[in-house]
Structure formats: structure tokens, C-alpha cells
Design a binder for this molecule. Structure first.
Ligand code: ADP
Length: 527
């Protein structure tokens, strides 16, 4: 699996036990490419790229490391992988022929060195395509229309907009590009020895795929660049067997010629697989920013958040929601009113009632993504704006508010809490049981904690196993049943649902008020 700073590998056995782990750190082990965190940030600060040959050389290195540690490649029945979402790779005319005839005595980075029309691949951190984003939204009839088709409004990092930029700035480079891969399908192509198809889930991060019909949308394609469909190839289900591993790997590393390459996917979808989310589940990462992964059956794409095809079930979707004011906001309030102590912070949470006596707060130290607002806004039980809260009320208002906003916007995207719903919590704040109790109360669902250190990598390994049996209609969840389960840490308190139902409604109304206040134009000072 190829994430931003590392290339990692995990091998698991039939009992889903990890039997081998290895990695290559791009900055440290491939210093000749001079990356920081695996990327080059260009002078304009907007363009961010990674050298495609660095990724390939890292694959050569990790396979050599595995070989010298005695790893037995002949036992591998199937392989899959994940790549950082949105990044793209541009293959030159004739590259497929080279891929199909790789000489086993030459490392990949040498054999493929002339195969790319763009040597520095745009990656997810790139934000240099705002012109292309406006053009795309205009071409399809607006941001919501684009979200309805592709699951997201136009985003600068999304691949369609990146391709449109390359076409408009370097039409000759675009013309000599035979194939465009995502980072995931590029890595799969190396193992397959031919261009690998893009899977539905990673394909949903391009602003090009019709997420319900699972085909490229012609209006989006045409708005980005001419003749794009041919350069992308047809997308495939995420569990698709792409073919056997290429003879190059059989001869050079001793892979079994029957080893199957299963479609690769994006890192976020692979994490969902690694955490073994099932229908109705939510994964929530409470880190520097707070991120939600949701399993959704009937999505309602909105201007906030992203809907992707599910990486493990063709009839489902996953939603991604990101909130900037996570742990740093919690720390700020902790430092202001709880003497910088999480214990004192927790005491305030346990000494105040669910629903906080009707007091509600919005805490956005930096401009929030959802909702697009900034500042601290407090309201008493009568919806009057108030300048401050007592210390304990402040702390509960922060945590209840942070979870209410997540539930409201998850439901806006079509998420439904089911009787079987589990919330899987990770990240720094998931060590705090009192915070997780409020999470459980606000969502009326049990909260579990899980270890996600390697979830994308593990998810790729699980997906490889599933790929072997998916064509016989075996569900992903049945393949990963025996993996260790998450730990239950909180269940909803009695009566919590009754408390939060009216509070959630009030939060929604007050959120509109906060947003409309944010939109009142400020009068420019003459001084
Ligand atoms: P990152 O997103 O950088 O990976 P982590 O998931 O490691 O972040 O989370 C780090 C954050 O966890 C810290 O900023 C800190 O605020 C928070 N944290 C650590 N312990 C606690 C705790 N007991 N209660 C609440 N938050 C905590």
C-alpha cells in the first residue's frame, strides 16, 4: 500500500494473522528524490507532486527487503493494495507494451523509466485547480448537480480537475498520454504487467464517475479533456480479479503464476475495509481533525462531505466527513477552563446532565468545513445568544456540539442509525471514556475502540482474500469474521435518545443562525 510518506506491505495467512510486515520510507530511504513527507511542495504552495519513479523504486526496495528476509512469495494466493486517493499517473504512448514485457533481471524503476508522460504526479495535497473546478461545476449545471452525479462537488485535488489542468496547460503531454491511472490502479498495473482498471471506490474521488450507474459521466469527461474515456479504461467492481501476477514477479521473486491481482483501491476505502465496517456502522477518528467514515445504503450527496462507492459491497456507499476543529479545539477549552487537565475536563463531563440543561455551543477556532463558520457561539435553553457559560457547561457544550454536528451532517448525507449500528472510535480523544460516553448518547449507539495503525494495509490484505471468493457471492463481512473484534467502551445511557432528539433539532436551527450571521457583510473601516 502506498500512502503519502511510506510504502507499506502486510502479508496475512488464512486465519487473518499478520505474518509479515515491511515498509520503505520515501524521504529517508530514497533521499535522491529529495521529498519531504513523500512530496514536493512547489513554489506557488498550491502545486504538490510526487516523483512517480520514487514510488516504483520503493516497490523494488520493499520486495527486495521481503526476499532477503526469506519471505516465501510462492505462498501468496492473492494480492491487493491501496494508494493515496486522488493522485494520478500518466503513462506514455507504448508503456503498456513495456509493462507486458518486463525483463526479470532489471529492477522496475529502470525498466519503466521512460514510461511516463508526466514524471511528477499530482497528489491529494495539490490545490492548484480552482479554475478547472469552477469550469466543471458550470459545465454540469452547478455544484449540487456535480455532487448528485459524482458524490462530491468539485474539489481541487480530485483527479478530473487535475487532468483538466494538465490538458489545458500541456495539451501535447496530454496527447502523448496513452493511459491515466490513479495511484492505486498504477500500483496494480505494476503487479499485473498491464494497465489495471480503476475500481469504483477510488474512482469516486475523481469528480468523473457516476456513483450510482458506475460508469464515467460523459458530461464530466468532456468538461475535463477530450478523449478521456479511452485514457481511463472502464472502471471495475472493487473485488474484481484483474488477472494473474505478471511473469516478471514469478521469475524475479518466485511468485506463484496463479497468484491473483485483485483491484486496488484508495487509502480511505481500504481503511474502511480494514476496520471491517458493516452496514449502519460509523468509524470516527478523533485526532487533530475529526473524520467520519459512514456505511450508507441510500446516499444523498450534499455540498458538504463526500460519497464514494463502497470498497466492499457493490450495493452500498461510504461517506466521508471531515471537521477541522477537533482535538486542538478540545485542548483549547481544556486549557482555558480545566487547568490543562483531561481529568478535570472529564469531571466536568460527568458532573453535568445529558443535554446540558438546554445550553448549546458552537466552537470553531479555525474556519470549519462543516458548517462553514468560525468563532465561538453560545446559546441558552431559550436560544438566546450568551457571551459565556459556567466552566462545566462550557465543556459539555463543546463535546455535545461536536457530536451533534456530526450526527446531523451524517444524516443529511443519507446515513441511518440501525439497531445494529456500532461506532468505532480511534484517535487521541478515543482514550477518553467520558468523551466516548457522550458520543454514544448523542448517536444512541454503542461505542467501541479499535486499533487502526495499519487499517488501510490490513484492509487491502482482507480485500485480497475476499477477491478470491467474491465471484461466488461470498460477502466481505463473512470473510473477515475471524479477525479480532473491537472493544466495547460505552453504551447509550437510559433516556439519552429522548434528551438529544429535541436538542438535535434546536442545534440544526441554531446552526443556520450561526451561518447566516457569518454571512452578514462587515462594513469596511475607514481608518
Ligand atoms: P493525529 O490526528 O495527529 O494523529 P491523534 O489521533 O494522535 O492525532 O490525537 C492527538 C490528540 O489526542 C491530541 O491533540 C490530544 O488533544 C488528544 N488527546 C490525547 N489524550 C486525550 C484525552 N485523554 N482526552 C481527550 N483528548 C485527548
Amino acid at each position: 500500500m502506498c500512502c503519502v510518506g511510506l510504502l507499506k506491505v502486510i502479508a496475512i495467512d488464512e486465519q487473518l494473522r499478520v505474518i509479515h510486515e515491511n515498509h520503505v520510507n520515501f524521504d529517508k530511504e530514497l533521499p535522491e528524490f529529495r521529498t519531504h513527507g513523500g512530496v514536493h511542495i512547489h513554489k506557488n504552495r498550491l502545486t504538490v507532486t510526487s516523483p512517480v519513479l520514487m514510488w516504483i523504486k520503493a516497490l523494488d526496495m520493499v520486495l527486495e527487503k521481503m526476499k532477503s528476509s526469506g519471505f516465501n512469495f510462492s505462498r501468496v494466493k492473492a494480492l491487493s493494495g491501496a494508494g493515496q486517493q486522488h493522485g494520478s499517473v500518466y503513462w506514455n504512448d507504448g508503456a503498456n507494451l513495456i509493462l507486458q514485457n518486463l525483463p526479470p533481471d532489471v529492477p522496475l524503476h529502470q525498466a519503466l523509466k521512460s514510461c511516463f508522460s508526466v514524471n511528477n504526479s499530482p497528489v491529494w495535497m495539490d490545490s492548484s485547480t480552482s479554475v478547472q473546478c469552477s469550469d466543471l461545476e458550470e459545465a454540469v449545471g452547478g455544484a449540487q448537480k456535480l455532487a448528485d452525479i459524482t458524490g462530491s462537488r468539485a474539489y481541487e485535488r480530485f483527479t478530473g480537475n487535475q487532468i483538466a489542468k494538465i490538458y489545458s496547460q500541456n495539451p501535447e503531454v496530454y496527447a502523448q498520454t496513452e493511459r491515466i491511472s490513479l495511484v492505486s490502479s498504477f500500483a496494480a498495473s505494476l503487479f499485473l504487467g498491464a494497465y489495471a482498471r480503476i475500481d469504483y471506490s477510488d474512482g469516486s474521488g475523481m469528480n468523473l464517475l457516476h456513483i450510482r450507474e458506475k460508469i464515467w459521466n460523459s458530461v464530466c469527461l468532456d468538461a475535463c479533456a477530450p478523449g478521456l474515456e479511452k485514457k481511463l479504461g472502464h472502471p471495475v467492481p472493487c473485488s474484481k480479479i484483474l488477472g494473474p501476477v505478471s511473469p516478471y514477479f514469478v521469475k524475479r521473486y518466485g511468485f506463484n503464476p496463479n497468484c491473483k491481482v485483485i483491484a486496488f483501491t484508495g487509502d480511505n476505502p481500504a481503511s474502511l475495509a480494514g476496520m471491517r465496517l458493516v452496514e449502519g456502522d460509523i468509524a470516527i477518528s478523533l485526532g487533530t481533525s475529526d473524520t467520519l467514515f459512514l456505511w450508507i445504503r441510500e446516499p444523498k450527496p450534499a455540498l458538504d462531505g463526500h460519497i464514494l462507492c463502497s470498497p466492499v459491497d457493490t450495493n452500498s456507499y461510504m461517506a466521508l466527513l471531515c471537521f477541522k476543529n477537533g482535538s486542538l479545539m478540545r485542548e483549547m477549552i481544556r486549557d482555558e477552563v480545566a487547568s490543562g487537565s483531561w481529568e478535570e475536563f472529564s469531571q466536568a463531563l460527568t458532573s453535568t446532565p445529558a443535554g446540558n440543561g438546554g445550553n448549546i455551543g458552537f466552537y470553531f477556532d479555525v474556519m470549519e468545513i462543516i458548517p462553514e463558520a468560525v468563532g465561538i457561539h453560545r446559546f441558552d435553553s431559550q436560544n438566546n445568544s450568551v457571551p459565556s457559560f459556567p466552566k462545566e457547561v462550557e465543556i459539555r457544550a463543546l463535546i455535545e456540539g461536536q457530536f451533534m454536528v456530526k450526527r446531523i451532517h451524517a444524516e443529511k448525507l443519507g446515513y441511518k442509525i440501525l439497531p445494529t449500528t456500532r461506532i468505532l472510535a480511534t484517535g487521541g480523544a478515543s482514550y477518553n471514556k467520558d468523551i466516548l460516553q457522550i458520543l454514544s448518547d448523542v448517536f444512541s449507539a454503542p461505542v467501541y475502540t479499535i486499533d487502526t495503525a495499519n487499517s488501510a494495509c490490513l484492509g487491502s490484505a482482507y480485500r485480497a482474500i475476499h477477491g478470491l471468493v467474491a465471484e461466488s457471492n461470498v460477502a466481505f463481512v463473512d470473510v473477515v469474521k475471524s479477525a479480532p473484534g473491537p472493544r466495547l467502551v460505552a453504551t447509550p445511557a437510559t433516556g439519552a435518545t429522548l434528551v438529544y432528539q429535541p436538542l438535535l433539532k434546536r442545534y440544526m436551527v441554531l446552526e443556520q443562525q450561526v451561518l447566516s450571521e457569518a454571512k452578514i457583510p462587515t462594513v469596511a473601516s475607514s481608518e
